[in-house]
Write a protein that binds this ligand. Structure first.
Ligand code: CDP
Ligand code: CDP
Length: 231
């Protein structure tokens, strides 16, 4: 039997990962970071020197990769063919190239199959770009996070600074804008808000406020649902 799905989609650095992880913790649900899966396949493609314009080769690579996402106290560990690549998949080179891999239909088919498999294991909070539209169109709750480009670039900048990497906000704005455009303009499962997704603008929100807002949306949906089924 499949579990309930809370789908969180949105553009880069809108707060999906932090929100989804904490909402999952509060609701006692599983958590799935689908962006990490596309990053992991991209990592392997770069490792193997696969031509990122060769769709057939990328499809074969995705189908033959053993991809494991282990959720522990310190977050998600991403393991590709028995190698832990949790840190490496956040490299700027992966961020620059991941959208080229993610636009390939054969890669997406394989990732979606794995993602739906997780949905069979229990209640889950899933974050990505096409969760409410394609992966789980019947999700119990759908939220679409947005935030201004400048605020998202500032967040990334702070994140990188905490790792000792200094990148000007303008440069990050440019990178984020390009990645969002590639993700929104692709033919297969583009980034877009599902008609029935609740939009949430996080520009002026703290992480805690975002988490509370999503938990509240879930609570209201469940209350409305139990009211309907009781009467
Ligand atoms: O965390 P950040 O917003 O930087 O990106 P991510 O969630 O790690 O996703 C990395 C990339 O994977 C995105 O830019 C998309 O190209 C792709 N992706 C996708 O196509 N579909 C998803 N469901 C999740 C990610
Ligand atoms: O997953 P996505 O790329 O949408 O965003 P994220 O990784 O959850 O958030 C990007 C960065 O912004 C992280 O370092 C968050 O801690 C930070 N953030 C923030 O400072 N304030 C918020 N309201 C949301 C996220």
């Amino acid at each position: 039997m499949s579990g309930r799905v809370v789908a969180i989609d949105g553009p880069a650095a809108s707060g999906k990962s932090t929100t989804a992880r904490l909402v999952a913790e509060r609701l006692g649900h599983l958590y799935l970071d689908t962006g990490a899966m596309y990053r992991a396949i991209t990592w392997k493609a770069l490792q193997e020197g696969t031509d990122l314009t060769d769709e057939e080769a990328l499809g074969r690579l995705a189908a033959s990769t053993d991809l494991d996402l282990a959720h522990g106290a310190e977050g998600t560990r991403v393991v590709v063919d028995d190698r832990d690549v949790t840190g490496e998949i956040r490299d700027p080179e992966i961020s620059r190239t991941v959208s080229l891999v993610a636009r390939v239909p054969a890669v997406r088919r394989e990732m979606v199959r794995l993602q739906r498999g997780v949905g069979q294991r229990g209640d889950v909070v899933v974050e990505g770009r096409d969760i409410g539209t394609v992966v789980f169109p019947d999700a119990e709750v759908k939220v679409f996070l947005v935030a201004s480009l400048k605020e998202r670039a500032r967040r990334r900048s702070r994140e990188l600074a905490s790792e000792g990497v200094v990148v000007p906000v303008e440069e990050l704005m440019d990178q984020i804008r390009k990645r969002d455009a590639l993700d929104s303009d692709r033919l297969d499962s583009p980034l877009c808000r599902a008609e029935d997704a609740v939009p949430l603008d996080t520009t002026k929100m703290t992480i805690e406020e975002q988490v509370l807002a999503v938990v509240e949306i879930v609570r209201q949906r469940r209350e409305a649902e139990s009211g309907t089924s009781n009467g």
